[in-house]
Design a protein around this ligand. Sequence first.
Ligand code: PA5
Length: 462
Amino acid sequence: MRMKRGEEQKQTYNQQHNIMDIQLTIDKAFGFVPSSAIAGYKGQVSKAQEMLTKGTGAGNDFLGWLSLPKDIQSQLPDLQATAAKLRKECEVIVCIGIGGSYLGAKAVIDALSNSFAWLNGQKPQIVYAGQNIGEDYLYELQELLKGKRFGIICISKSGTTTEPALAFRLLKTQLEQQQGKASAKELIVCITDKARGALRTLATKEGYKTFVIEDNIGGRFSVLSPVGLLPIACAGFDIEQLVKGAERMQEVCGSETEFENNPAAQYAAARNALYQSGKKTELLVNFHPKLHYIAEWWKQLYGESEGKDHKGIFPASVDFTTDLHSMGQYIQDGERHLFETVISVSEPDHKVLFPHDEENLDGLNFLAGKRVDEVNKMAELGTMLAHVDGGVPNLKITMPKLNEYYLGELIYFFERACGISGYLLGVNPFNQPGVEAYKKNMFALLDKPGYEAESKAIKARL
Ligand code: PA5
């Protein structure tokens, strides 16, 4: 359709250049919640959007992520230069961090990496620490790093989290033993608060290169800050494109885009309507094994943002078709409290065709000449139809390709929808009071100084 002059001017860069965006489809939820119920969220969503943009809602001191795609751009050259230096110097780079301080980076790196990167000699290898307290994990990591030139990126906003602090002490000691203190210093980068916390004190004292996590950005919303961007750049991926994709979604999901065309608004409304209808568990589904950690990142984003005040959708995930052979039975036929959100990737990077076989002993000649992805897509379509028939509503996010740009779009889309969704639910999406309970008990059990009364009380319970 030809457009009038004014309309042409209004076209975005992407429309002018025919660049697709990620798309959300919600019509396979309408058999469970009528489209009118979702449309009925328009007013509430508009209020939630206003709470985000005007900063009038709970947690309004943690809204720095909203404008990160623009705000981070001045730091990209420093991040790229730091990554280039680590890439040149290191065989292995260890990213230390937990929760929001590692999941976003791992999600993007895994989504973009060769599936066998750890075997194909790629340098530097990116490995992770501080995301658990497994003694065998840390032993095996130390063994792996013996005799290798490795670097460390230590990420902790508070600078006091136990898991990364333990890993950093162990690996920093090893690096200094292997390289000498002066050389080790050049291979360590810390990302933390600008002034507070033990990691800031340590980094200043030792003279490490640092990047700052701004006060107004919570861990799970920090992937587009140095927290995510430095490791992603170290893995060799294009952080400019990632940020560009996010910037695009900032425009598409902003409050200026009307409810009907706003994917973040539609997703927040649809999942909230499903939740109110009794669908209390959302499964994030992929048909692309590289997206496994995107789901892990998403689970933290939604679980930690919404699971409070005894409310919230339980975010879970499955990898298909793998899990169709395990969890598929429950999803098809178990208790009906589920809905699915499928991330579908339109075009894989590579082409693999099934060969013809004269003998056809495996009976697969009907697939000869077809792409593997065609089979995968039919599995996706068949599963969606079966699950909808079985009582599982289906939302779908389509990514044209798995690349930095579309991952940037996906990240910002999910973050924006999460902010809206949390406000629709009536919770503060930006705090996480619940994660403190286990820490208090752990410190009491470990006799941490300052926890004497708690130690006594907890030990009396054992
Ligand atoms: O989202 C969050 O706030 C948490 O997951 C934190 O990122 C996680 O607990 C790590 O905290 P820190 O970066 O302070 O070490």
